[in-house]
Design a protein around this ligand. Structure first.
Ligand SMILES: [Mg+2]
Length: 375
């Protein structure tokens, strides 16, 4: 039997097959230091009780919250083209925007973004910006928004670097324990701001291992968590160090900022994403990570708690189906796919795609143009 967070109010009982894997998921929104073990089956192995009405089952399944960053049951109804922007705007109080492909592309602002954000703010909407990119801290992202001429406060920005630190805070991770970081500067900055001790990060980028007979690598036994994010300076030293901490330090947590397969470092091709670094550690430890970035619902739960908002009053806007739209659906929010980033209409409508947002449109400035056209 399995009970997923987020559906515990209705007790969605699901029988799990033998392919289930065990994850340790801490209670969120509390400051208690306990962990509850739950079983997460792969989506293909779910089989619902026949007494469950299919519609109710699907709604509940869409709200299922996971922290492995992958497991989900998806909605099947095809996405609708956004035609009445006002109706969607009026139906929610908060918009969560992904950044790359929605607000900007690389270092270029997408057309019509400033006017759109101004219009939403003038209607009293809360705006939140969420990114899986952990290489920058909130402060560093704040500077990027400023450079692009957008007035966005640090409080409105949630990067997965911040989510890693916020997660450790939410479980009262002991301040006398250390965090080993496989990742870049953004994670270190957020851990420092949260008051956690850390080691690793860019400083281990040029470390090499010389394998001599009998060589044994020492590691800090006080490391209580390994955080893994996108890392351009990933190397074997980091893999071995992180592996030793997870395998040999009792209770050591394995936290991933995200499991993105690819990322867009340049516009010429897709590059291996944070999921490749996480995958290496999964391979050596045979453990699954706790994922704090999209599509895991940790950030959504955090935002809902912080701002006191109902998830049904949120619209998640993103350009990726497997992270942004899944993130919104896992959180029980409305979802809008924009075609200004990595997903084309052809990809959305492909028979191979089973992730369908509520709505899709070309870019977020359609909120303004569709509104003007309707007047
Ligand atoms: Mg994006």
């Amino acid at each position: 039997m399995l009970m997923t967070r987020g559906v515990s109010d209705a007790f969605l009982a699901v029988s799990a097959s033998a392919s289930s894997r065990s994850l340790v998921v801490p209670a969120l929104g509390t400051r208690r230091r306990f962990f509850s073990t739950l079983l997460l089956p792969s989506s293909s192995s779910l089989s619902y009780s026949s007494s469950f009405h299919f519609g109710a089952c699907r709604r509940l399944a869409r709200r299922a919250s996971t922290m492995d960053g992958r497991t989900v049951v998806r909605a099947a109804a095809p996405a609708q083209k956004l035609e009445n922007a006002d109706e969607l705007i009026d139906s929610v109080e908060t918009f969560i925007f992904d950044c790359d492909g929605v607000i900007w592309k690389g270092d270029k602002l997408i057309d019509g973004v400033p006017e759109t954000l101004d219009m939403l703010r003038s209607k009293g909407k809360r705006l939140v910006f969420v990114t899986n990119n952990s290489t920058k801290s909130r402060k560093q992202y704040g500077k990027k928004f400023e450079t692009l001429g957008l007035s966005v406060s640090e409080e409105e920005i949630f990067a997965s670097s911040f989510a890693a630190a916020a997660y450790l805070k939410s479980i009262d991770f002991p301040k006398d324990k250390k965090v080993y970081v496989i990742g870049e500067d953004g994670i270190l900055k957020e851990l420092e701001l949260a008051g956690f001790q850390y080691l690793g990060g860019p400083a281990d980028g040029d470390k090499k291992i010389e394998l001599k007979p009998g060589f044994l690598m020492e590691h800090d036994e006080n490391v209580g968590a390994v955080v893994v994010g996108f890392d351009r300076y990933f190397n074997y030293y980091k893999v071995q160090y992180g592996t030793l901490c997870i395998r040999e330090n009792p209770g050591c947590l394995f936290i991933a900022t995200n499991r993105d397969a690819v990322t867009h470092l340049t516009d010429a091709q897709e590059w291996a994403g944070g999921g490749s670094m996480v995958g290496a550690i999964c391979g050596s430890t045979q453990r699954e990570p706790l994922v704090v970035g999209k599509p895991s619902t940790f950030m959504m739960d955090y935002l809902a708690n912080k701002f006191g908002i109902l998830k049904s009053q949120i619209c998640m806007v993103g350009d990726r189906l497997d992270t942004d739209i899944l993130f919104g659906q896992n959180g029980g929010c409305k979802t809008l796919l924009v075609l200004s980033g990595v997903t084309s209409l052809q990809m959305l409508q492909s028979p191979n795609n089973s992730i369908q947002p509520d709505f899709y449109t070309n870019k977020i400035s359609d909120f303004v143009t569709l509104k003007a056209a309707a007047v």
